[in-house]
Design a protein around this ligand. Structure first.
Ligand SMILES: [Zn+2]
Length: 88
């Protein structure tokens, strides 16, 4: 697991959407849903770049790590569905 190597590449908030390549992404929050085996985890309020055009979100590496860590905890508890709120 890589830790402490936080990379911030973005200058300003003018990132082009990698999904549709049409819209620009804006810093907002998204609900991230993950499936790990039989467990479904939904995490609300995750800081993400959301595309103005297609609505797709893109998580930074740091947020991806944190979201995955949260989902691992749910899997460890054996829950089938869990809705969490992202704690900044
Ligand atoms: Zn898009």
């Amino acid at each position: 697991m890589r830790r402490g190597a936080m990379t911030i590449e973005r200058e300003g908030s003018h990132a082009m959407c990698i999904i549709c390549k049409q819209g620009e992404t804006q810093p907002k929050t998204a609900t991230v849903t993950l499936e790990r085996g039989t467990t479904t985890v939904a995490i609300k309020g995750v800081p993400a770049d959301v595309c103005e055009n297609c609505g797709e979100y893109c998580l930074s590496e740091e947020m991806t790590d944190r979201v995955l860590a949260m989902s691992e905890e749910v899997v460890a508890h054996g829950a089938e569905i869990e809705v969490l709120r992202f704690a900044a």
